[in-house]
Design a binder for this molecule. Structure first.
Ligand SMILES: Cc1cc2nc3c(=O)[nH]c(=O)nc-3n(C[C@H](O)[C@H](O)[C@H](O)COP(=O)(O)OP(=O)(O)OC[C@H]3O[C@@H](n4cnc5c(N)ncnc54)[C@H](O)[C@@H]3O)c2cc1C
Length: 111
């Protein structure tokens, strides 16, 4: 378990970690650290008072969308990491956003 990330204005220089089985604490010199944030999808915003989701989600909690980023609720679009089968990359989220913007425009023009 990481106890401390060491560094200064020039960047990371090392980590102090603890072996949770033995309790032994060691320091390791490293030039950088990648933070793993996990796979849990932050979909809290879609949870309604009765616990149901606002729109259809897959078993992992990701919003189901079609290729135009439309959810099953008319006029509601989902993009980026929250959508099903997302590549979870910045460029993909931005592309989704452009697609959704065009879909939203088409939706509004139809009304
Ligand atoms: C540590 C780390 C490193 C990464 N490195 C790379 C990389 O090198 N290259 C790459 O392509 N991708 C990388 N990614 C992935 C990339 O950051 C995401 O794929 C991308 O940011 C997804 O964009 P998004 O708009 O879907 O979500 P986000 O960028 O997460 O934006 C969602 C926004 O919604 C806000 N929000 C959440 N809940 C609410 C709410 N209830 N009300 C209002 N606002 C809310 C959040 O605060 C956030 O600002 C990395 C991700 C992490 C965590």
């Amino acid at each position: 378990m990481i106890e401390e990330i060491k560094g200064d204005a020039n960047g990371v220089s090392g980590v102090v970690f603890k072996n949770t089985h033995t309790g032994m604490v060691k320091e390791l010199a490293v030039p950088g650290v990648f933070i793993f944030v996990g796979y849990e999808i932050n979909n809290e915003i879609l949870k309604q008072e009765d616990g149901d989701m606002l729109c259809a989600c897959d078993p992992h909690g990701a919003v189901v969308v079609d290729l135009a980023m439309r959810t099953n609720i008319k006029g509601l679009f989902a993009v980026g990491d929250i959508r099903t089968q997302a590549a979870k990359q910045v460029v993909c989220a931005a592309g989704d956003g452009a697609t959704a913007a065009l879909s939203a425009l088409a939706y509004l023009e139809g009304h």
